[in-house]
Design a protein around this ligand. Structure first.
Ligand code: SAM
Ligand code: SF4
Ligand code: F3S
Length: 480
């Protein structure tokens, strides 16, 4: 997969297409349409998509329902990403399109949400005169008040970060959902200080959501027919929730996984993202013990060079990373493994880059999200180091990383031919109404003929893999 600028979490097709913070997804809710409409576009990582569903829940209480039509909307929101410069440029381009909508409908309010709102704060209003509302990721509860203020003709901003906010009590309104798979946010913010990364500044301190509310949300999803929950956090392994009632035990990520898996054997559980320094054997053993916890770990390495990892402040070495992968493969021999890589980080030499290439070859990841380094203002790297690798070198190195990954993906996918995988049906294949598409436990996309088996979306099929491309397995149903 080409990803000069992808964010995270390759979970469902919708997100594969939107991870870049470039390709947007206009979304529509399942709820009935009322007189007042909002239009929302989300960019960036799954966390942002999940947040848009929280925003939709808040707007719904104000009588708004989602629309896919800009012309129909009284409010336009763009939920933004700051992870790389390109992601921000895309947002600015979209805002010029919205300007035209505002010219045609002067009463229209335009709001910027998410990480770019947090990074730029009031500066946004100076730079983009047409924007009426700027609200950061921890301030969505204030949207009704902010909208009222903006309706009164005042530009309105709330970018306060919080140490507590997890939106635990809100029931997200599922937007543009396939009705099978849903994101469930389990924590917010990040306490790691990877020097390249803007997230700790845009999302604030890490906090874990009340485990009871997570379980309740997952149970409700299952009751509504969903068959997969994707637990989201920037560093899920550091999930830790201490109940107020001291008699209750604290909940770790391993125990949370176990409890969510216990809701129903037919409910698949996925999660993202794992941090190499924090993933525990306990989590791996919990995955091994439950058939419905998907055997797939997104495990961003960022670089194969210990010296670069040190400058990135990732707090692990190349050897540590490789050792953790070895442990994953010991405990979960059939586990899918994917990663994120950055090329051309500050001071990266050819030798250090060669270390990334050799690690990629050795690990043979299923897939990877690969980017060249983009300096973000205010980050530790921007303050400490010089962004001294020329852009053409960054891009050439990225291309080399992509080529190795393409070879790995081809060989991993080809290795599935002849295997039978259990596939959760997500919907009809885009190419043919005679075919289903879904994913196996390793998060690989599988396409297969519906045949006369009478299966439905949200059900499981046993599929014998007969062919493979670099990113898709093709097979037929067996043993139903
Ligand atoms: N929390 C996750 C982790 O620790 O791996 C990932 C978070 S970030 C939203 C997703 C990916 O974007 C990172 O893994 C990294 O590869 C990439 N990324 C972050 N900052 C970047 C930057 N300044 N330039 C290029 N890529 C970046
Ligand atoms: Fe960014 Fe590092 Fe936190 Fe991931 S763990 S969000 S890369 S600071
Ligand atoms: Fe996600 Fe982009 Fe923010 S990757 S956390 S939306 S900076």
């Amino acid at each position: 997969m080409l990803h000069e600028n992808l964010a995270e979490i390759p979970v469902i097709k919708k997100i594969d297409e939107t991870r870049q913070g470039e390709v947007f997804q206009a979304i529509e809710s399942e709820t009935p349409v009322s007189g007042k409409h909002f239009y929302i576009e989300s960019y960036g990582c799954a966390m942002n998509f999940s947040d848009s569903e929280v925003v939709a829940a808040i707007l719904q209480t104000e009588g708004f329902s989602a629309t896919k039509s800009i012309e129909e909307a009284a409010l336009i929101f763009i939920n933004t990403c700051s992870i790389r410069e390109k992601a921000e440029q895309t947002v600015r381009q979209r805002l010029t399109t919205f300007r035209k909508a505002k010219e045609a409908n002067p009463g229209l309010l335009i709001g910027v949400l998410g990480c770019m709102a947090e990074r730029l704060k009031t500066k946004f209003l100076e730079e983009e005169k047409l924007v009426d509302i700027v609200v950061g990721p921890d301030a969505y509860r204030s949207l009704p008040a902010v909208i009222a203020e903006a309706k009164g003709g005042q530009k309105s901003v709330n970018v306060l970060l919080s140490r507590e906010e997890t939106y635990a009590d809100l029931s997200p309104v599922r937007l543009d959902s396939n009705g099978v798979s849903a994101f469930v946010s389990i924590m917010r913010g990040c306490n790691n200080m990877c020097t390249f990364c803007v997230v700790p500044f845009t999302r604030g301190r890490e906090r874990s959501r009340n485990a009871h509310s997570i379980l309740k949300e997952c149970r409700e999803l299952f009751e509504k027919g969903y068959r997969e929950v994707i637990l989201l956090g920037q560093n899920v392994d550091s999930y830790y929730w201490q109940p107020e009632n001291q008699d209750e035990n604290p909940v770790t990520f391993a125990s949370l996984l176990e409890q969510v898996a216990g809701i129903a054997p037919l409910l698949r559980v996925r999660f993202s993202t794992s941090h190499p320094k924090d993933i525990t054997d306990e989590v791996l053993w919990t995955m091994a013990a439950h058939h419905n916890i998907c055997k797939n770990i997104h495990f961003p390495v960022q670089s194969g060079s210990t010296r670069v990892l040190e400058r990135m402040n990732r707090t692990y070495t190349r050897e540590w990373y490789m050792h953790r992968v070895q442990r994953i493969r010991e405990i979960l021999p059939d586990c899918g493994l994917s990663t994120d890589v950055i090329t051309g980080f500050c001071g990266e030499t050819e030798e250090e880059h060669a270390d990334t290439l050799s690690l990629m070859k050795e690990m043979c990841f299923d897939y990877a999200y690969m980017y060249f380094y983009s300096e973000r203002p205010g980050t530790l790297a921007a303050r400490r180091y010089t962004d001294d690798v020329p852009e053409d070198v960054k891009k050439r190195r990225l291309q080399e990383v992509i080529e190795i990954q393409n070879q790995s993906s081809r060989s991993v996918y080809a290795g599935d031919v002849g295997k039978v995988w259990e596939v959760l049906i997500e919907g009809e294949s885009k190419r043919s109404a005679d075919d289903w598409h879904g994913r196996n436990t390793q998060n690989k996309m599988v396409v297969f003929a519906k045949g006369n088996f009478g299966l439905k979306k949200g059900e499981y099929a046993q599929v014998l893999i007969e062919k493979a491309t670099q990113g898709t397995l093709i097979g037929r149903i067996v043993d139903q």
